[in-house]
Design a protein around this ligand. Structure first.
Ligand SMILES: Nc1ncnc2c1ncn2[C@@H]1O[C@H](COP(=O)(O)OP(=O)(O)O)[C@@H](O)[C@H]1O
Ligand SMILES: [Mg+2]
Length: 272
């Protein structure tokens, strides 16, 4: 089997005296979606900041294609094809779709003509890239990014990363703020990125969203990988329990059931 595109091996991270990540080993392969699950404060953002060159590991190694690499800056990560898309798409609300598509793209990466901004060409390329991802409602590159829905913005940011050659796509809670329909769009685009052979790291709280796209799952609890499993190996309930930190959801359900059995079928009153 080919080496994973990106792997962390025994990564630890401390901020001064605070240990945030413990001995993290994770791999993500081409054409695979790795879902990173975990409660608030579990260390998910710190982990992806290490993968995207924002933070350096305190110890441990990062490998790409089986070779140890360092990612000293976000730019170094991006030059190695690691793209990070944040919750709100990270795009620029007051810019047009075409303009935002080319922001920060170095002319040395083969886009010489855009040293002088060519609006029509930028618009055409941006609209085509987004439509190729199945977002057919976007047909005017002059529209402002701020006028797009949350799902469309995410889609634009993902299409942009893929267009500029990303091999690893890191999505930090892309569906958290979206309604069902919008989230479905984004999940479809995640599947499309995977079909095109990218390695996707998808961070979410929503087990159903993870199950809709994930091939491989890692649950982070207090900075450590508490479970690492593949599609089909665990049920939705088991994953939810793992995220809640062990068997706590199951025991809560048992507690409620026993309360109801002894109170004529009535559930406990809400907490004050
Ligand atoms: N720069 C930092 N300095 C000190 N502690 C930090 C720093 N960044 C994150 N932490 C701590 O690391 C833990 C994990 O945070 P984070 O990675 O943001 O978790 P998550 O994204 O899973 O919610 C938290 O307890 C947080 O306070
Ligand atoms: Mg976070």
């Amino acid at each position: 089997m080919a080496a994973p595109i990106l792997a962390l091996r025994g990564v630890n991270k401390s901020f001064g005296p605070i240990d945030v990540l413990h001995d993290i080993t994770l791999e993500v392969r081409a054409g695979e979606v790795l879902c990173l699950l975990g409660d608030n404060g579990a260390g998910k953002s710190t982990l992806i900041k290490i993968m995207s060159g924002v933070h350096q590991p305190s110890s441990g190694t990062i490998e790409m294609d089986g070779t140890s690499v360092s990612l000293p800056t976000p730019r170094a990560a991006s030059e190695k094809g690691i793209a990070t898309v944040h919750q709100f798409g990270g795009t620029f609300p007051l810019m047009s779709i075409g303009r935002s598509f080319f922001v920060g793209v170095e002319p040395t990466r083969g886009f010489g003509p855009f040293k002088v901004y060519d609006r029509n060409r930028a618009n055409d390329i941006a609209v085509k890239a987004v439509r190729d991802f199945g977002i057919t409602r976007i047909d005017d590159g002059d529209r402002l990014v701020g006028g797009l829905s949350g799902g469309e913005r995410q889609s634009l940011a993902i299409a942009r990363a893929v267009h500029f050659g990303a091999r690893v796509l890191i999505l930090d809670e892309p569906t958290a703020a979206l309604g069902v329909k919008q989230a479905t769009h984004v999940l479809r685009i995640v599947n499309e990125a995977k079909r095109r052979g990218l390695a996707v790291i998808f961070i979410t709280h929503q087990v159903m969203h993870a199950m809709a796209v994930g091939d491989h799952f890692a649950v982070l609890i207090r900075g450590a990988v508490a479970a690492d499993f593949h599609k089909g190996e665990k049920t939705r309930e088991e994953i939810t329990d793992l995220m809640a930190g062990g068997a706590s959801m199951a025991s809560l359900e048992a507690e409620i059931e026993s309360y109801m059995n002894s109170h004529g079928g009535h559930p406990p009153p809400p907490a004050q």
